[in-house]
Design a protein around this ligand. Structure first.
Ligand code: PAF
Length: 333
């Protein structure tokens, strides 16, 4: 009996030592608060990505990690949410590139207008060495960037007039993201860019304090912008990436196995997000036309006129980001 008690004490001590050696092992259950700007699944590309991420993580960790969703900016604007993830008060998020360059400046290179030829080009760059190098830089600002997601190409909506030439946006009060690369572009084109956090945009459009905004079809449809905007110009002026982030505090307490499950879940979330975007790129414009929007699409020549009008902005971009980096992006197949 005495030998048995000794053995049990030994086992208990070994278990305590194992827990002390690996803090993650002590976690019975951890809630992962995930915040994002648009509707929960299945009504937005953010929602479907977050739901897939959750499914993979909850299954792969036998429910030790459970996700709690805060869709539709339930935890605030994207900048606030990223700061929350940095502090560890929010565990995960999926965000646009809107404010990311304020955290890792190189991220802004992807926000250069007309940089990417098409979705395949953008995905090849983001999934390849350039995209991965930039993800790794988030480590230096206390964030763990697991993967690049996507929103699609951005288009302009407004209530003032149809747009076919750069002159058509002269003086247009256009909400932009709080993104220096975008602001420079619209200033150069002669619009009146008004940077604003997303949660304020719908009411600003309703009240007429801004004439328009720009976002991909995924956002225009999910946020029901046809209810507050008359004209849609399929300008495809810039690609809009997204990013899946988790807090370093959460990451550092996980075992390498659980970290791998989070990585796999993020990769599958991205696949679901891109499938949603592929679909809405095909069907979104027709849906918006049926909902009453007046839609025009820039031809290749009209896009070229916008690119030419952006000349001074491109000079600034070459000063901000290295020419070598921009050339590597353009050369990616
Ligand atoms: O325009 C923005 O701020 C973003 O595209 C949005 C709508 C918040 C989605 O991330």
């Amino acid at each position: 009996m005495e030998r048995l008690t000794g053995l049990m004490r030994g086992l208990a001590l070994a278990a305590v030592a194992a827990v002390a050696a690996w803090p993650g092992a002590a976690i019975a259950q951890q809630e992962v608060k995930i915040g994002y700007a648009l509707a929960a699944a299945p009504d937005s590309h953010y929602g479907v990505a977050a739901a897939k991420w959750q499914e993979v993580v909850e299954a792969g960790t036998d429910g030790r990690y459970t996700f709690r969703h805060f869709p539709s900016s339930g935890l605030g604007g994207e900048r606030e949410v990223i700061e929350g993830v940095q502090l560890g008060t929010i565990e995960a998020t999926i965000v646009s590139s809107g404010t990311l360059s304020n955290f890792v400046p190189d991220t802004g290179v992807f926000d250069i207008p007309f940089l990417f030829r098409d979705l395949q080009h953008a995905r090849a760059v983001l999934d390849g060495p350039i995209g991965q190098e930039i993800l790794e830089k988030f480590d230096q600002v206390g964030l763990v960037a697991l993967a690049w997601g996507e929103q699609g190409f951005r288009h302009i909506t407004n209530n003032r007039n149809a747009i076919a030439t750069p002159e058509d946006i002269a003086g247009l009060k256009l909400r932009t993201m709080e993104n220096p690369t975008h602001i420079t572009a619209f200033e150069t084109l002669g619009a009146a860019p008004t940077p604003m956090a997303w949660p304020e945009v719908i009411s600003a459009l309703q009240q007429g304090t801004i004439d328009g905004q720009e976002n991909p079809l995924s956002v225009i449809t999910s946020a029901k912008l046809s209810e507050v905007q008359e004209y849609l110009t399929l300008s495809g002026h810039v690609y809009s990436p997204a990013m899946l982030l988790v807090s370093k505090q959460l990451w550092d307490q996980m075992s390498p196995e659980d970290q791998q499950v989070f990585r796999d879940g993020a990769a599958q979330g991205v696949a679901a997000m891109r499938a949603f975007v592929d679909d809405v790129e095909k069907t979104g414009a027709e849906k918006l036309r049926e909902e009453g929007m007046e839609i025009g699409e820039l031809s290749a020549e009209q896009k070229a006129a916008f690119q030419e009008a952006l000349g001074a902005a491109y000079e600034q971009y070459y000063q901000t980001y290295s020419k070598e980096l921009i050339d590597r992006i353009i050369a990616t197949e």
